[in-house]
Every structure is written in C-alpha cells, then in structure tokens.
Design a protein around this ligand. Structure first.
Ligand code: SF4
Length: 169
C-alpha cells in the first residue's frame, strides 16, 4: 500500500477544527462540488502535493500539546486507505481523530463496497462531521460545521447502534 497522501496543506495547531488543540490535514481532491465551497483549490486530484504519512506523523510528534488530529479537505474519503493508516498511527499516539466528509454517514455505510478504505477510515475515526456543504443552510453560529445539515457523529456508538449518534460538543 502506498504510504503517500496528496494534501492541500496542513495547520500545525487549530482550535476551530474540532475539540481541543488539533493538527489539521487538508486532503487534496474532492468530487462533491458543493456550491459556495470555501476551498475550491482542494478539488483537483492532481493539485496540492504528495507527502508521506510518516512525515506527517513526525510533525505531529513535535507538538505535545495536541489533543487530536483532524482530517479535512478536500474529501478525505477519496484517499481513505492511506488516511486510515495515518489515523491508526495517530491513535497509537493517544490522540483522537476527527474526519470531515462530504458523504453522509449512511452513504459511507451503504456504499462501503465502492472503496475498501471506507470501512477502515470510518473505524479509525472518533468523530465524523458528515454531509455536503449546503449554502442555503449555512450559519456562522454552528460549531465545527459549515451548514446545519452537517452532523457531528460519534462513530463508535453509531457503528455499534447501526444509526448515526449525534455528539454534543
Ligand atoms: S465536500 Fe467540502 S471541499 Fe468538497 S466541494 Fe463540498 S465543501 Fe468543498
């Protein structure tokens, strides 16, 4: 399996991309084309840069204050297998993983046969923020979400209960 992931960029420390202090990886490549997307430069699958997940892990290790790592985009589930491996290493370090996706939780479950990485990335994710950005449901008051259709989901509970369980943050 390739150890390389195509990213649009990273933020070493963020308090707006999930609970606590987080390292954020922006995956490059997205097919959703949500009108009003704030990161259109992340849509191309040949843009950004290829980096090894080991180099990202080295960066994460440098900051002992981190609570977790957020996978954003772009669409992390277009590179699910390699990002699942990154997430697995992050969790080995005792950090939690939050993943943003334009797919819904239900789509990731029902269409998991499309990509063998989907199950893996879902299982390594603690908190999932799901659904496309819908500009008519946009609100600046929403914590960690762009539009009100998006949900903050407790993945472990949701997989156990076979329904999306909303996390109150
Ligand atoms: S899923 Fe995210 S990156 Fe992709 S088009 Fe929608 S808002 Fe933009």
């Amino acid at each position: 399996m390739s150890n390389m992931v195509r990213i649009a960029g990273i933020i070493g420390e963020s308090i707006v991309d999930g609970p606590g202090i987080r390292f954020v990886v922006f995956a490059q490549g997205c097919k959703h084309n949500c009108p009003g997307c704030h990161n259109p430069q992340t849509h191309s699958f040949i843009g950004g840069k290829l980096v090894s997940i080991d180099s990202i892990i080295e960066e994460i290790k440098k900051n002992p204050l981190l609570d977790g790592v957020t996978l954003s985009g772009g669409e992390p589930f277009e590179q699910a297998e390699v990002l699942a491996e990154l997430a697995r290493k992050v969790k080995e370090m005792g950090l939690n993983v939050m993943t943003y996706t334009g797919y819904t939780f239900e789509e990731l479950i029902s269409e998991s046969g499309k990509d063998k990485g989907w199950d893996k990335l879902l299982c390594e994710t603690d908190i999932l923020v799901d659904g496309r950005f819908e500009i008519d449901k946009k609100s600046l008051l929403l914590k960690f979400r762009g539009s009100s259709n998006q949900r903050i989901i407790d993945v472990k509970k949701s997989l156990a209960e076979k329904r999306p369980v909303i996390l109150e943050l």
